[in-house]
Design a protein around this ligand. Structure first.
Ligand SMILES: *Cc1c(COP(=O)(O)O)cnc(C)c1O
Length: 402
């Protein structure tokens, strides 16, 4: 078991620690499930965009799914080959499109006709052929938290099938566009296969329609969203997942792309925080820790559950809220959780913090982003320094008028 105490002694508190061996294992299990077909796993960089994490996946042969030009540049810097990079997202600026085209990445994933017009225009300016895919919104309910549901028409993502068809026909007739992929992504933390299977059916049948129109797509991109176990929930079996894709693609020469983020990194990560003190308000018990919602916002943003382990020998449990120092009532990691009595400097380990943890962190309350640590074999190493006060004011201080 990882020695979090030593880690905090070396790198300070709070911190994020990621088990790189766990990530590798997840990647290999998924790759194994997809063994029967040509496949490319494009790691969804937004889940955890630390350069060392991306580089770890690059070495395994992964591609990257990026949602900003910043993420595209991170992926390239971390060693992901350009021909394995996808640029997704519902809104891209002309300068982002231009940069992506110049970088010659695998494809730009389009989410509207208006976006297609912009991409075509920019490609024309550069006198290039832009490789594109279209994100189809299959209008199925992914059965997940509404904030991370994306596959319904009421969500802002993708286009309906009829619009998609128009877009592919337009691309076929354009000198500056080349449609190479079809894409969907219906949501995140999906624990049921049925909505994905339904989407696969809809989008693969659309693919066959395109084929009949002599529009030949090379990549069938099933997005990400595979759910993970946060509190003991049963989630999607990889074998069933792969089968539900393959059985709809028989007879088609197509590469399957999958864009997992959370699945690859979520349960690799720990947020380690120190107890400052306890406090009792009437019959309510609070454990106040040095980490806060600016470090890990999931509990308050998504009402997410994260397991918490207290590193001390006390066995007697009672209910407590685990809260941070930030001036918001939403600043909590757990509510009414059965936890042992704690003392100053005891460590709390918050589990499943590898995805959408650090990447969603902020400097709210002028708190520096915490250090990030890699665990690999029996070794730990720092992969991002803790932010200092100087880091936080660097872009403001020159404008201070006295
Ligand atoms: C966020 C996102 C992903 C990854 O989602 P996970 O739930 O972390 O697997 C994949 N593809 C697209 C287009 C995304 O927006």
């Amino acid at each position: 078991m990882t020695n979090f105490k030593n880690m905090v002694d070396s790198y300070g508190s709070p911190l994020f620690a990621y088990d790189f061996d766990y990530m590798k294992n997840q990647y290999e299990e998924l790759k194994e499930a997809f063994r029967a077909r040509k496949s490319l796993i494009c790691y969804a960089v937004k889940a955890n965009s630390n350069l060392s994490v991306i580089s770890h996946f690059a070495k395994m042969g992964a591609g990257a799914d990026c949602v900003s030009i910043g993420e595209v540049k991170r992926a390239i810097m971390a060693g992901i080959p350009k021909y394995k990079i996808i640029f997704s997202g519902v809104g891209k600026s002309d300068s982002e499109i231009k940069e992506a085209l110049k970088l010659d990445i695998l494809m730009i994933n389009l989410e509207s006709e208006a976006e297609m017009t912009r991409v075509e225009l920019v490609a024309k300016e550069l006198n290039m052929k832009a490789r594109i895919s279209v994100r189809v919104n299959p209008n199925v309910d992914p059965l997940t938290h509404p904030y991370i549901s994306t596959g319904l028409h009421k969500n802002k993502f993708g286009v309906d099938i009829n619009t998609a068809k128009r877009m592919y026909i337009k691309a076929k007739n354009s000198e500056f566009l080349e449609a190479v992929g079809v894409h969907f992504h219906i949501g995140s933390q999906l624990t049921k296969l049925a909505p994905i299977a339904e989407s696969i059916k809809i989008v693969s049948s659309f693919l066959r329609n395109l084929k009949a129109l002599k529009i030949n797509i090379k990549f069938f991109d099933v997005g990400g969203g595979i759910g993970i176990d946060y509190e003991g929930e049963k989630t999607i079996e990889l074998y069933d997942y792969a089968q539900s894709i393959f059985m709809n693609l028989t007879g088609l020469d197509i590469t399957v792309i999958c864009e997992p983020g959370r699945f690859l990194v979520g349960n690799s990560g720990y947020f380690v925080t120190k107890v400052l003190y306890e406090k009792q308000n009437e019959d309510k018990r609070f454990i106040i820790v040095d980490g806060a919602m600016n470090d890990l916002v999931r509990p308050t943003l998504y009402q997410a559950y994260h397991k918490i382990e207290v590193l001390n020998d006390n066995k007697e449990l009672s209910k407590a809220d685990v809260v941070g120092p930030i001036c918001e009532s939403g600043d909590y990691f757990a509510k009414d959780r059965e936890l042992p009595q704690t003392a100053h400097n005891d460590l709390l380990v918050i589990k499943s913090a590898g995805a959408y943890g650090f990447t969603m962190s902020s400097n709210y309350n002028t708190r520096g982003r915490v250090a990030e640590i890699a665990i690999e074999g029996n070794e730990t190493r720092i992969i991002r320094k803790r932010e200092s006060f100087d880091n936080m004011i660097a872009l403001e201080k020159d404008y201070l008028c006295n």
